[in-house]
Design a protein. Structure first.
Length: 124
């Protein structure tokens, strides 16, 4: 399964739901690919604000946090792609986002390893 984390985040924000709780409702062991992107807040028709998933802004902190949570709950290998469809920043800024994604994966995997070590082992 391909999981677009900024899309999940945007939809959760726009509907007043918790994106971390929504993530936990997915079959996380089926996730193989992850898309990260960014967006911006826009005025919604009739007032209020909405999060737009536009793929032209940097990945927000919350999406990296969702990636960390995903990595802490799935033992599968994950292929992570940062999507940009325009307004490309300087290359070093993209590299910085790749490093942040790697760090989020590492933190999540460390939490997973600790959780597995702390869980009772079956007695055979």
């Amino acid at each position: 399964m391909l999981l677009d984390l900024h899309n999940l985040y945007s939809n959760a924000v726009n509907t007043g739901l918790n994106p971390f709780e929504i993530l936990d409702q997915f079959p996380l062991d089926s996730v193989r690919q992850v898309h990260l992107s960014g967006g911006k807040d826009i005025r919604a028709p009739g007032g209020g604000m909405r999060r737009l998933d536009d793929h032209i802004h940097d990945v927000p902190l919350e999406v990296f946090e969702l990636l960390e949570q995903l990595a802490s709950r799935s033992e599968r290998s994950l292929t992570v792609i940062i999507e940009r469809d325009g307004r490309y920043p300087p290359f070093q800024e993209l590299v910085s986002q790749v490093r942040e994604a790697k760090a989020a994966l590492s933190r999540g995997r460390e939490r997973l390893i600790q959780a597995l070590a702390d869980s009772p082992q079956p007695v055979w």
